[in-house]
Design a protein around this ligand. Sequence first.
Ligand SMILES: N[C@@H](CCC(=O)N[C@@H](CS)C(=O)NCC(=O)O)C(=O)O
Length: 132
Amino acid sequence: MKLNVYADRMSQPVRAVLIFCKVNGINYEEVRVDIAKRQHLTPEYAGQINPMKQLPAIVDGRFKLFESHAILTYLACSFPGVADHWYPDVFKRSKIHSVLDWHHSNLRPGPGVFLMLQWIKLFKFFLLVHGY
Ligand SMILES: N[C@@H](CCC(=O)N[C@@H](CS)C(=O)NCC(=O)O)C(=O)O
């Protein structure tokens, strides 16, 4: 069964999935989907792979999955070469989920807001320079 990872390496969650595969010797094929070229919005990707129109996503045989944390959990549980310490007993798994949820709520939005503020500053500067 072949594992396909749909990926644009500009994306942090994509890189997390790719790094996890590499570190654990998981055999996969990277299928490039270029967000800048809006390839994630095409019927081939959005219609067939991830209806949420985001990266990463995987297809493992007939099984499709999106959301990086779900993908990482699936990989840790399904591939025999993955060491036990990645996803051990129920107590450690709960701690792992706690940190993963915290990551989504706190770490990821931060850079997005930062970048948006930089764009707003740049836009204000543009208006100032052009006398608006
Ligand atoms: N919660 C998702 C976030 C995925 C996500 O935000 N992907 C971005 C790239 S970093 C994306 O596909 N953006 C395209 C879009 O939203 O149009 C995950 O962890 O997989």
